[in-house]
Write a protein that binds this ligand. Structure first.
Ligand SMILES: [Zn+2]
Ligand SMILES: [Zn+2]
Length: 473
C-alpha cells in the first residue's frame, strides 16, 4: 500500500513541469545581501516554478557544483572567484544555461575604483575580469562619462520591446523605487527590454537609460536587471515580475509565469464573544484580510463579492436574520470556510450550521442525552496526520502546547486529518467537513501564542486557507 502511494506521488510529479533549478551566488556585496538574497529566493520559490539554492562562498565552486542547475543568479559584488570558478561559470553559460545579474552585480570584478579608496583598500577588486562584462552585457565604468546614479526615487520603467517573453503582457510601464543606474557601458549585441527617463532634477542624465536587457553568451541566455538596490526596491513590480520571468527565460528560453502577481485569497476574519491573544493576527501576515470584531459586523451585508475565505475565531450563538442570510449565502455560494478553535462552539442550536457545514460542535451544555464538552488548557500534545490531503501537505507529526476539547459532537461523515492520543482530547483535532457546496476545514488547535507562533500550526492554517479558497469541484 505504501509503495503504491509513493508510486502515485512519483507519477503525479512526473506529469507536472519539472522545477527550474536555480543557484544564487551571494555572500559579498556592497548591498545588503543578507536580506536581498533571501528575498530573491522567495520570489523564485513563490512563483512555483523554481527549486532554489544559495551559495554564499562562490569562490571554489566548480563545473560539478554548477552542473545540477539551469540558471545562475548573481546577487554578488565582491572579490574575484579564481580561475576554476570563473571558467566554470563562463562554460556553464556558454554551453546554453542561464545567467541573471542583479543590480550591483553589474560592477563586480574590476570597476570598483568608481567607489573610491575605501573599496580599493580592501584589495578585492584589483584585477578586472573582461569576459564578465561581455557575459552580463552591460557594466559600470570609471571612465568619463562615469557610471553612477542620481538620487533614489520612484520612476516609471518603460518596456521598449513589449513582444519579448520576459516583459510581454506587463503593459507599457511599471513603477520602480530604486537607484536609476546611468552611463553604463553596453555591449553591442545587448537587447534592451526596458528603459527609464533619468531626470536631471534627480541627478540624472536627462536621457532614457537601459535598465533591463538580455544578451546571448555562446549558447546561453543572460538577463540583467539594473534594478534591485534593496528589498524595498525588489518588492516593486518593475523589479519582481521581470526578475522571476527573466530567470525562467534565461533557464528555459520560454516564460510560463503570469504577467500579474497572482492575487491571494481575500479573507474575512471574525472574532468576538471570546477573548484571544493578538498573536492570532500574525497568522494573516502577508494576506489581504479584513477583521470583523463581531459576527453582526461581519455579515451585515452580502460578503460574497468581497471575500474568498471566511475565517471564524468567534464564539457566538445569536445572529440576526439578515446576517444569518448573508452567512448562509456565502457558504452556499461556494466560498471557503476555515473554522478555528473556539469557533466550533458557534451556533450550537443551528443544526444546518453544525451538522452540515462544520461537521461538529462543542456542547456548551448537556443536551440530547450528551454531556457538556470540556476543555483543558496548556496540554502537551503530539499531533499526527492521519490522511493524505492538501491541508496537511508537508505536515508531519508535531508537538505543541495547546488547549484540548473533549466530548464534542463530531459528524461521522467528516474526514479526519489530524489526531492526538492525548487523554483530554477527543482525538480528531482537524477535519474536512462533508459539506459539498463549499470547502470547509475545522482546526481545533489554536488557543494562544504557543499555537499561533508554532511553525507547523502556521503552515496548517496557511494550507487550510489555500485549500478553502479553491472553488469546490
Ligand atoms: Zn544600489
Ligand atoms: Zn481556547
Amino acid at each position: 500500500m505504501r509503495s503504491l502511494i509513493l508510486l502515485a506521488c512519483l507519477m503525479s510529479s512526473a506529469a507536472a513541469e519539472p522545477p527550474v533549478r536555480a543557484l544564487i551566488f551571494s555572500g559579498r556585496n556592497n548591498h545588503d545581501w543578507r536580506t536581498t538574497t533571501p528575498y530573491l529566493k522567495k520570489l523564485l520559490l513563490d512563483s512555483g516554478r523554481f527549486d532554489v539554492r544559495v551559495e554564499e562562498e562562490p569562490a571554489g565552486a566548480s563545473a560539478r557544483t554548477l552542473a545540477a542547475y539551469d540558471v545562475l543568479v548573481l546577487d554578488y559584488n565582491g572579490p574575484r572567484w579564481g580561475e576554476t570558478t570563473e571558467q566554470a561559470v563562463e562554460t556553464f553559460v556558454r554551453s546554453g544555461k542561464g545567467l541573471v545579474a542583479v543590480h550591483g552585480a553589474s560592477y563586480a570584478f574590476g570597476t570598483m575604483e568608481l567607489l573610491g579608496d575605501r573599496h580599493r583598500r580592501t584589495g578585492l577588486f584589483e584585477k578586472p575580469w573582461p569576459a564578465y562584462s561581455r557575459m552580463v552585457g552591460g557594466h559600470w565604468s570609471a571612465e568619463e562619462p562615469k557610471s553612477g546614479h542620481g538620487q533614489r526615487h520612484v520612476f516609471p520603467v518603460k518596456f521598449v520591446d513589449r513582444q519579448h517573453p520576459i516583459v510581454a503582457g506587463l503593459g507599457e510601464t511599471l513603477l520602480a523605487s530604486d537607484e536609476l543606474y546611468h552611463n553604463m557601458r553596453m555591449e553591442p549585441d545587448v537587447h534592451v527590454l526596458a528603459t527609464a527617463y533619468d531626470a536631471p532634477e534627480r541627478g540624472g542624465t536627462g536621457r532614457d537609460e537601459p535598465l533591463l536587457w538580455t544578451v546571448r553568451f555562446g549558447e546561453g541566455r543572460v538577463f540583467q536587471t539594473a534594478l534591485g538596490h534593496d528589498v524595498a526596491a525588489m518588492t516593486e513590480p518593475a523589479f519582481a515580475l521581470p526578475f522571476v520571468r527573466g530567470a525562467e527565460w534565461a533557464a528555459t528560453g520560454t516564460v510560463t509565469r503570469p504577467a500579474k502577481a497572482p492575487a491571494g485569497p481575500r479573507l474575512l476574519v471574525v472574532t468576538g464573544g471570546h477573548e484571544y491573544e493578538t498573536s492570532f493576527y500574525s497568522l494573516f501576515t502577508g494576506y489581504s484580510w479584513t477583521h470583523a470584531v463581531s459576527n453582526e459586523a461581519a455579515f451585515k451585508k452580502d460578503i460574497r463579492p468581497d471575500y474568498d475565505v471566511l475565517v471564524l475565531y468567534d464564539l457566538e450563538q445569536d445572529l440576526s436574520e439578515n446576517a444569518r442570510k448573508n452567512l448562509r449565502e456565502f457558504v452556499e455560494g461556494g466560498r471557503g470556510l476555515v473554522v478555528l478553535h473556539h469557533a466550533i462552539a458557534d451556533y450550537t442550536a443551528w443544526p444546518w450550521w453544525y451538522r452540515e457545514v462544520v461537521g461538529g460542535k462543542y456542547l456548551l451544555k448537556a443536551e440530547e442525552g450528551l454531556p457538556a464538552s470540556t476543555y483543558k488548557h496548556d496540554q502537551e500534545l503530539i499531533v499526527r496526520p492521519v490522511a493524505q490531503h492538501p491541508v496537511v501537505a508537508g505536515i508531519g507529526e508535531f508537538h505543541l502546547v495547546d488547549e484540548t476539547y473533549k466530548g464534542m459532537w463530531i459528524s461521522p461523515a467528516v474526514q479526519v486529518l489530524l489526531k492526538t492520543d492525548h487523554p483530554t482530547s477527543d482525538g480528531p483535532v482537524a477535519w474536512i467537513s462533508p459539506y459539498t457546496k463549499s470547502r470547509v476545514v475545522f482546526i481545533q488547535l489554536g488557543h494562544d501564542h504557543a499555537a499561533h507562533q508554532h511553525p507547523t500550526y502556521r503552515a496548517l492554517v496557511a494550507n487550510a486557507i489555500t485549500w478553502a479558497a479553491r472553488t469546490p469541484q
